[in-house]
Design a protein around this ligand. Sequence first.
Ligand code: AMP
Length: 372
Amino acid sequence: MIKPGVNLGILGSGQLGRMFTQVATKWGYNVCCYSPQKNSPAGKVGAIEFVGEYTNQIQLEKFLNSIDALTFEFENIPLPALELIQKHVDSNVLVCRPSTNSIMYAQNRTKEKSFFREIELPTTKFFSLQSWDDYAKIQNEIDYPCVLKMNTFGYDGKGQTKFSSKEELEEELKILNPIDVIVESFVEFDKEISVIIAQFLDGNIIFYPPVENVHKNHILDTTIYPANIPQNISDLAIKYATKLIRSLNHVGVLCLEFFVEGDRLICNEFAPRPHNSGHFSLDGANISQFELQLRTLCDIPLNQELQLKPCVMKNLLGEDLLQKADNILNFIPDPNYRLHFYQKNTAKTGRKMGHINYIGGDISLKAFEDLL
Ligand code: AMP
């Protein structure tokens, strides 16, 4: 067990790093965060900030030398940074959970989806394109509409476009330089769900049953726990998430996102860390996903089932704060609405500024009708 008092590190210093820091400092750990940002959400709740670009190997080395164990708040980390981290792990001076291997799979859609195929998790038909020649070989096999996604460094729908014809797709491909994308079939899903799951060093697994997610403009808007899905779909989602976390040998928290289409379950992508769709666990569970991140990092077992209650999570974006600040504040007096603000310096359209968890029992989106 990694005991309280030591220095834990987190790569990234945004809202996920902040919520990890809040749990870890409460338990007596020191937290250091690394990101290009000063005065960050994690820094504001007590993480010691190491400020530098992810490509700045000298600054990164200083950070790694200051910590005993490392975890992550995001996966879009440049490869040289991951290699430096791995060097520290290989010399036995750093514990890193999850491994850099999990991060490498999650940050590259081709690797991620090929891995799904390899371990027989159902996923959308997709093609990886690195050149115009690659496209020429498979052009007649693409279904329309299709979705073009950047192979790396995409999030919240960024770097992602839907095309309804071959001509439109080709126009776009002509503009790309270099070509490093995947093209996948568009899924007419009924619902989107996700499973947050954690694996401990000894192989013990803990998960929250599936949640249901509603996206607006490709950004998560609301999450409902539990998802309104048949038991067999719920069981299957948990089975797939378990298979993934075991196959990756991933020690830590992981989120697997799915499309539900009729009675089919299609794996879309995974995050090798706590996820926005797990924020309900801060108020709808006795153990949050960030506590699970801390426990799996520090090898602190959990010898108990999770205790859960229905919860609806609503994200608060920059535009909500700019246009509806008073409506949001009206919720504070009611203890069924639990507010979480991330103390980001500037509210911008599409930026996640906070969220509200509703734990008043009626788990429908009506809980937020008056708000937004
Ligand atoms: P992603 O970046 O892959 O998580 O995509 C963000 C969101 O875009 C998903 O949660 C879906 O709402 C939508 N989306 C992504 N891929 C597809 C697809 N192949 N078919 C339909 N919708 C998609």
